[in-house]
Design a protein. Structure first.
Length: 560
């Protein structure tokens, strides 16, 4: 239970109290007050865990979710052991990165003890996630905790029930142990708010962790959690996953239950936010989705589709079938920076060498962005404004306010119809990739973002949602694929005018000021060591196919 905070206190008092309360209940031996948060320190945090964790804790926190549940089911690890190891590492991560909003250690410890008692008495597990610690973005309601969605108005308001997804995870044996930081109203690509402030990237704390699920990205990037839950309206699972080198799944709407999670602009269904897993392997994402859909969420969430896990689709891919993959290396609007282009090129080469068929593909992402922007601004920011008015917190002036004010009902219907027409046109384009004797392509390969990762405060300059937001408009399924890291000796900067690469090979001329800026912002000596991640995109409700192809690609990449 968090420290009780007065909901009638001035916003700053509530914010300060929240910052002080984050680690309430966490054992003192896990906290290490000498560790300090930074947004400027460029020193990698790679060696920090070894200085504070025991060999056993290091071993446990190095495992992915699949290996952990296997060890828990075999009895070689206990739920309490695993919870304590990840709580310790997560607390260290929070001290350094400011990535968590609430630890529920006391309740989580009791849950872990009950799971261990069940195993001792019966020799069986509660479910497929027995004893697995899971972190969740602070949109997931959990009884006894606060849920802010990045707004001060949520501080001091304690939930009396779990959202549907948390209920399902608990029935499967998971231990939800911490809630993570997120952006102001879940509407910005950096993690910053008036609740506890900004979150940093564990690979370089001078850089952003992304948003809006950036607390999840940072915590997972530090390996302070084996599995996280994020949400995605315009790329909010995939951007933090890209910036921290994670596997993240953006499922189609209605596959994973969103019921009773808190969100901005609730009721706006032109383009819907979705919830999905973030983790350290595609097998971990598979475990999450198999488990959740196996509990028939459509019986509890009226928006969930009654689609059980489809083994046939999954096994068809892993059985060795050759894939047909479209490649969108750039969209004609914003050229990706050199490391992203290299990641696409290297993955292409490995796929071709493995016998898969690749061919050029391009989506009209300008049209998609116009539709997404219309959906996100149709209320004239009315929902955002009324929420910040509840606490009196200042507006961080992060995202766009339409000069025309709220749209009419007829306007919003027009937006919805424009989206439907775009989706239908894209399906026709996809189907046309089928050739005589060959089915249409399986997925397409594309950047997550054109830039590797922005420095703190730089997101406004390089903000471009084309590669992520298009997927949301289409409601397609997408998964991030970590490929490499920025190598300053290899990933040299393009020419100053952006018309050729470092070797003098011609590049498409910049087509906009944003395109030019993103090319010019890249500096290999500054970006060195940061993860480079791409994504694959499948059609709507094709989670099994996309996750299977992600596993195929993992076997081809250098990152294991």
């Amino acid at each position: 239970m968090p420290t009780k905070i007065d909901v009638n206190a001035p916003w700053k008092e509530r914010s300060d109290a929240k910052k002080r309360s984050v680690l309430d209940g966490v054992p003192a031996r896990f906290i290490h007050p000498e560790l300090e948060f930074s947004t400027t320190d460029t020193t990698p945090l790679t060696d920090v865990p070894a200085r504070y964790l025991s060999p056993e804790e290091l071993s446990i926190t190095s495992l992915d979710a699949v290996a952990l549940v296997r060890s828990l089911a075999q009895g070689t690890l206990s739920a309490v052991q695993v919870l304590d190891a990840f709580t310790h590492r997560a607390a260290i991560g929070h001290r350094l990165l400011n990535c968590c909003l609430e630890f529920r250690y006391r309740d989580a410890r009791q849950e872990a003890e009950r799971l261990d008692a069940l195993y001792r008495q019966t020799g069986t597990t509660l479910g497929p996630l027995h004893g697995l610690p899971i972190s969740v973005k602070d949109q997931c309601r959990i009884v006894g905790t606060e849920t802010t969605c990045g707004f001060v108005a949520g501080i001091g308001v304690v939930d009396d029930d779990d959202c549907t997804l948390v209920q399902i995870l608990r029935r499967a044996g998971a231990v939800v142990f911490v809630k993570t930081n997120l952006s102001f109203g879940c509407m910005w690509g950096e993690t910053i708010n008036n609740v506890i402030g900004r979150t940093s990237n564990p690979f370089n704390r001078a850089f952003s962790c992304g948003g809006s699920s950036g607390g999840e990205g940072a915590l997972l990037g530090f390996r302070g959690s084996p599995m996280g839950v994020g949400t995605d309206l315009g790329g909010s699972i995939r951007s933090p996953s890209a910036y921290q080198g994670l596997w993240g799944l953006r499922p189609s709407s209605g596959r994973i239950p969103y019921h009773r999670m808190l969100n901005s602009m609730e009721g706006n269904e032109i383009v819907e936010s979705v919830v999905g897993p973030m983790s350290h392997s595609p097998e971990s994402l598979e475990l999450f989705v198999r488990t959740v859909v196996g509990q028939q969420p459509w019986l509890h969430d009226p928006k969930c589709h009654p689609i059980p896990w489809r083994d046939g689709v999954f096994d068809d891919i892993l059985g060795g079938r050759k894939l047909r993959i479209g490649v969108q290396d750039w969209d004609g609007c914003v050229l990706p920076q050199p490391p992203v282009r290299r990641a696409i090129r290297e993955l292409e080469q490995k796929l071709r060498a493995a016998g898969h068929e690749l061919f050029p593909w391009r989506v009209d992402q300008t049209e998609a962005l116009e539709i997404l922007t219309s959906a996100m601004t149709c209320d004239g920011r009315g929902d955002h404004d009324r929420t910040i008015a509840r606490s009196g917190e200042p507006d961080l002036q992060l995202f766009f306010r339409s000069s025309r004010g709220p749209d009419s009902v007829l306007d919003t219907w027009d937006h919805a119809m424009r989206r439907l027409q775009f989706q239908a046109a894209l399906l026709r384009q996809w189907n046309a990739t089928g050739t005589e004797g060959q089915p249409p392509m399986d997925v397409y390969l594309t950047p997550v973002n054109p830039s590797v990762c922005p420095k703190h405060g730089d997101y406004q300059r390089v903000r471009y949602l084309g590669y992520t937001g298009t997927v949301n408009v289409l409601d397609f399924t997408a998964c991030t694929i970590p490929v490499t890291f920025v190598d300053e000796a290899v990933d040299l900067a393009d020419s100053p005018d952006g018309t050729s690469d470092a070797a003098g090979n011609p590049l498409p001329a910049p087509v906009s000021e944003l395109d030019r800026t993103i090319r010019q912002r890249y500096d290999p000596s500054v970006y060195k060591g940061l993860p480079v991640t791409v994504q694959i995109v499948g059609r709507r409700l094709e989670e099994e196919k996309v996750l299977a192809i992600a596993q195929v690609m993992r076997r081809l990449t250098a990152l294991q």
